[in-house]
Design a binder for this molecule. Sequence first.
Ligand SMILES: *Cc1c(COP(=O)(O)O)cnc(C)c1O
Length: 431
Amino acid sequence: MKYFSTRDREKRNLFSLKEAAFMGLAPDGGLFVPEFIPKVDMEEVERRAAISYTEMALYLTEQLFPDEFESNELRAMLEKIYDFDCKLHHMEGDKYTLELFHGPTFAFKDFGAKFMGGMIGLLNKSSEELIVLTATSGDTGSAVANGFYNVDGIKVVVLYPEGKISNLQESQMTTLGGNIRPVKVNGTFDDCQALVKAVFNDKEFRQIKNITSANSINLLRWIPQSFYYFYGYYLWKKATGKTMPEIVVPSGNYGNLTAGMLATFMGLPVKKFTAASNSNDIIPKLLMSGNYEPKASIRTIANAMDVGNPSNYERMVYLYDDSFEKLTAALNGYSCDDEEIRKGIKEIYEKYGYVSDPHSAVGYNAAKHYDIDGFWLSTAHYAKFGEVIKDTLGQEFEIPAALKTAMSKPKVAKTMGNDIDQLKDYILNGI
Ligand SMILES: *Cc1c(COP(=O)(O)O)cnc(C)c1O
C-alpha cells in the first residue's frame, strides 16, 4: 500500500508508509491518505471482535497496511497497544455511548497515539535512535508521551509552556520517566510550536539527528481511529440486534470523525454521522450553508474541541469527492455553547446517574437533538475536567486510581528558555 496527499488527486507522488509516517504532513501541505481504501469482510470483523479488540485490530491493520509488517510481530505489538477497554455503556432505552477513555491518558487520543508509537517502533526497528519531537498545549503531549512510552529505539521530547497547562496534564507527561523527556519552556504554546518548527526546518541539524513529529494529522494516528467504530458497531449490534447505527462524534480537528467516515468506505454500515461541535461550529455551519469559513477559535469548557480551522477538513472533502451532496447525505451537524454543555452534563447526571465530561456531553446533546438510534462517542473521562464538573454538578467525584498515582509522583522536566540553540544543544548532547 502507498499513500498520497489530499492535494495530489492525480496521485503523481506516492509515498511508503514509513515515509508518510515520518513526514506527518505531505510535502505539498496536504494530508496523507491511502492510495485505495480496502473493502473488509464484515463477518470476519465481527468474528474477530467477538474474540477481542486486538484480534479485530489485527485483521483491519493487515487490510490497511498489507505489506509493512510481519504477522507475528504485529500481533505481539497490537496486544501491547490495546491493553485497555473500549466499552459500550447503556444509559436507558435506546441511549448508548461508546466509552473511548479507558486508555492511559483517559481520552480517545490514546487509540491513535499508542498505535502510532507501536508502529513507528516496528518501522524503525533496525536503524539508529529516533527522536520524536512535539509541542503540546496539554492533552496531545500526554497521549504522545504515553503512546511512545518504552518503545525501543525512540526518545520523546515534549515541549510545553511553563505554568500554562493543568496540573493533571503536567503530571501525565512528567511522571513517566523512561524514554520520555518533558521540557518546560519559559514561553507560550505558540513559542513551543515555533521551536519545534525551527528544528524541523533546519535541514543540517536533521541530518545529524533522526527526528520525527507525532502530530495529530499523522496517518498513523488517524487510521487506527477507524477501528473503534467497527468495535462499537459490533457491541451495539450485539446489544440491540440492529445493524445501521447513527453515530455522533464530538469534534474539533475532525480526525476522529473522518476516521469513522473512512470505516464506512471500508464497508462499515452507518446510517448517518453527526458532527457535534461546541461554539466552534465551522463544520455544522458548512453543512447548512455550503461554505467553509474558518475563523479564530473560541474558548469553551470543552477546550480540546476549540478549533477554528479543522485540519482534517481536507480528508473529509477528499473522501466525499468534493461533493456537498454526498457529504450532507452522510453527515448532520450540531453545535452548542457552554451553557448548553453544562445543561447536558446536569441532565445526564440527573437522569442516568452518569458523570460525563464536557466533550462527551456535546455528543449527548446532539444525540438527543436528533433522537438518534445508535450511540455517541465519549471522548474523555470526567476526571480530566474535574473543575468543570465540580462547578456544574456542585460536587466532586472519584478520581481513577491511575490518575491519582500519576498526580502523587514527583514531576521531572527539563527547564528551558524560549531559545532554539538551547533546544538543539539539549537534543544533541543532553537527552
Ligand atoms: C481531541 C479531542 C476531541 C476532538 O477530536 P478531533 O479528532 O480533533 O475532532 C474531542 N474530545 C476530546 C476529549 C479530545 O481530547
